[in-house]
Ligand binder design. Structure first.
Ligand code: URA
Length: 237
């Protein structure tokens, strides 16, 4: 792989930024300064150093992001702030969000360049649980909770799959765990029982949790979470 591509994929900077680093003698391969941006790196054998520190190159990167309710899940948007504007100093070129949250929805979003993981988490056949905390305009009755759990008609061909719902601290708050990811699903489910969502936050996606990550911040997945990634990718469920 070309040296400039290798450095930018390793997250050192954009293609133009890493080209400058190469020209300014700050990159070494196996101890020798390389000034040719097109130098061929053998990923399995070469050691690449930036200011004498080894660069670790990973094919895939996995971030957990705590999305605020002011940005859209798109790479570019003329009118709105995007999720990726929060990723300062990260080479976002190949990154995408695993599914989408509405602009006003907060909470857990996985950002990666791994299409296989994305498929495993989003495929309707995989039934990966997503838990949301929501506040509604009206109090949620026990009948509504039962209806949400059994499945409601949101205007699609099929009613929603069985879900889990439990109460929050206030009578208008619930936690809802769904196995699907239909368009505006949670908001439409509450509409189906005559209510309206006024605040929505995703707490979990599969085994992934926000923990105490502050809103607007991202972190690389930790070792435990990377094991989950391997489990999802290895599973044929
Ligand atoms: N359901 C919704 O209605 N909106 C979201 O952002 C996520 C789930």
């Amino acid at each position: 792989m070309r040296l400039d591509k290798y450095l930018s994929q390793a997250g050192v900077g954009t293609r133009s930024e890493v080209k400058k680093l190469i020209k300014h003698n700050r990159i070494k391969v196996n101890g020798t300064v390389i000034t040719d941006c097109g130098y061929g790196v053998i990923e399995s054998a070469d050691t690449v150093l930036f200011d004498d520190k080894t660069i670790s190159y990973e094919e895939f990167v996995y971030y957990i992001f705590h999305k605020p309710g002011d940005c859209v899940c798109a790479k570019e948007d003329r009118d709105n702030k995007t999720v990726f504007e929060y990723f300062k100093g990260v080479n976002i070129r190949d990154l995408f969000t695993v599914g989408r949250l509405d602009k006003d929805t907060e909470g857990l979003l996985i950002v990666t360049n791994d299409g296989d993981l994305s498929h495993r988490l989003l495929s309707p056949k995989k039934h990966v649980d997503k838990t949301y905390f929501l506040k509604c305009i009206e109090d949620v009755s026990d009948e509504d909770i039962k209806a949400l759990e059994n499945g409601v008609d949101i205007g699609d061909e099929k009613i929603t799959l069985p879900a889990k719902a439990s109460r929050g601290d206030e009578p208008n708050e619930i936690y809802l765990t769904i196995k699907e990811g239909r368009y505006h699903q949670v908001k439409r489910m509450l509409q189906a029982v005559g209510n309206e969502v006024i605040y929505l936050k995703r707490i979990t996606m599969g085994k992934f949790e926000l923990d105490d990550l502050p809103m607007g911040e991202y972190r690389l997945m930790n070792e435990r979470e990377l094991e989950y990634v391997a489990e999802y990718k290895g599973s044929n469920i």
